[in-house]
Design a protein around this ligand. Structure first.
Ligand SMILES: [Zn+2]
Length: 430
């Protein structure tokens, strides 16, 4: 018998953004899917009469769908430990793979059953390989949707040293292309390499070598008179190039994500009709309304903004609240990896701090995450409770509606109907 049932007393249903009582969910470990969701009448028929051998009693816990982190980098570890340049330059591909495997275990145990991983950061297509290894059951981790290499223009998104002998960089983080035809080819190359999502940079700090106090550390005030903006972001693609990336990706039914840290970059990405905008710290009401109209999803990455843009973090929190008020679809993704995997819920905490109702935050981190992965384009359904959805279910020890730290007390984790954590302890991981 491959089917068994989880019995709950408190279950958050993100589709109606409400808590439901006495729901039972039957799952099938052969297919990894939910086969039935039903409400019990415990008065008429006590659970002791219907509970079967192998069922799981989660009454008294707080049940959510498995969480989705909509912006991660499995091969990065915290910038507080080591900068991106040092990680890419000094760590072997083997070390970075081992780290990635560990990050995936940690994320799963923190309740994250899906990662939208937006760029392998110098690891070529290893993100697609890790996705497949997890899917084949070789190592535990969230279900990965990956971008492989990001698409950027020449010299725009690369680690640099001052000994590069003509501008060469190491190792390549981006598929660097210029002009409409090369953009088209890059999308085709990414799709062929196994990308689930096309990620491109609308803008970046490409003048990084201008008056750098230290290599790749232009914000460290070690020179006496640095320019006012030592390391500004500028657009890296023209409107025409962005339009081509989006239309070419659409032909392969592949969602497109754009890194935008300037107003101009975000405007062009919105105009091109991308699926998700990452970061986007300079949105106006006009732009937010356009995003709402075009159903473009905002992934605010507050967790990294808190670290990199602390001087205007309150503005960024206000902007996210405004986006929510104007009906912009929000998905919850922290740029996890630049801060530790396992601390993913920091993003939810910051969205709550921005003033977004908790039920909406939980919805953004489940259904919103699925939509950011491309919704039905991603080939699977997850993030809520219904027949034929992936059986991704977590349980918390405390009520997330009333305890701010509840999201950090993950008691139980199931992904694809396989249990990875019970009673707060990992299980099935060797
Ligand atoms: Zn990122």
């Amino acid at each position: 018998m491959t089917q068994y049932t989880l019995h709950t007393s408190w279950l958050f249903d993100p589709k109606i953004k409400q808590v439901r009582q006495n729901i039972s969910v039957t799952v099938d470990s052969a297919t990894g899917l939910i086969t039935r969701v039903f409400e019990r009448d415990d008065e008429r028929q006590p659970l002791s009469e219907i509970i079967k051998e192998g069922d799981i009693d989660l009454r008294g816990k707080y049940i959510l769908p498995g969480l989705v982190d909509a912006h991660t980098h499995v091969f990065l570890h915290s910038y507080d430990e080591k900068g991106a340049l040092q990680q890419k330059r000094d760590e072997s591909m083997t070390e970075r793979t081992v780290r990635g495997v560990n990050h995936c275990r940690t994320a799963l145990l923190a309740g994250y059953t899906t990662y939208r991983d937006l760029g392998s950061e110098g690891m070529q297509e290893c993100d697609a390989n890790l996705r497949d290894a997890i899917a084949r059951g070789l190592t535990p981790g969230p279900r990965l949707f990956v971008a492989t290499k990001v698409i950027s223009s020449t010299g725009s998104y690369e680690c640099r040293t001052e000994n590069s002998g003509g501008g060469h960089c190491l190792p390549a983080g981006a598929d660097a292309v210029d002009g409409v035809e090369q953009c088209r080819q890059a999308v085709r190359r990414r799709v062929a390499a196994g990308a689930d999502i096309i990620k491109f940079f609308a803008d970046y700090r490409r003048r990084i070598m201008r008056s750098p106090p230290e290599q790749q550390h232009p914000y460290i005030p070690s020179v006496l008179h640095p320019p006012k903006e030592p390391n500004p972001d500028y657009m890296v693609f023209s409107q025409e190039e962005m339009n081509t990336i989006v239309s070419e990706a659409a032909m392969a039914r592949c969602p497109v994500s754009a890194h935008c840290c300037t107003r101009e970059g975000a405007l062009a990405a919105i105009d091109a009709g991308v699926n998700t905008l990452e970061h986007a710290y300079f949105l106006t009401d006009e732009m937010l309304k356009q995003m709402a109209e075009k159903a473009i999803i905002l992934v605010p990455t507050l967790s990294i903004a808190e670290k990199l843009h602390s001087h205007r973090f309150d503005d960024i929190l206000r902007q996210v609240k405004r986006a929510h008020e104007l009906g912009v679809r929000i998905a919850c993704g922290g740029d996890t990896g630049t801060f530790p995997h396992g601390e993913n819920v920091r993003e939810l905490e910051l969205m709550i701090k921005a003033g977004i109702p908790i039920a909406d935050v939980l919805e953004s981190c489940t259904v919103g995450g699925w939509e950011a992965c491309g919704a039905d384009l991603c080939g699977r359904q997850f993030g809520w409770f219904a027949e034929n959805l992936q059986a991704d279910i977590i349980a918390l020890d405390k009520d997330p509606m009333h305890s701010p730290d509840a999201l950090r007390s993950v008691n139980f984790v199931m992904k694809d109907a396989k249990v990875w954590k019970v009673g707060g302890e990992q299980c099935g991981m060797v």
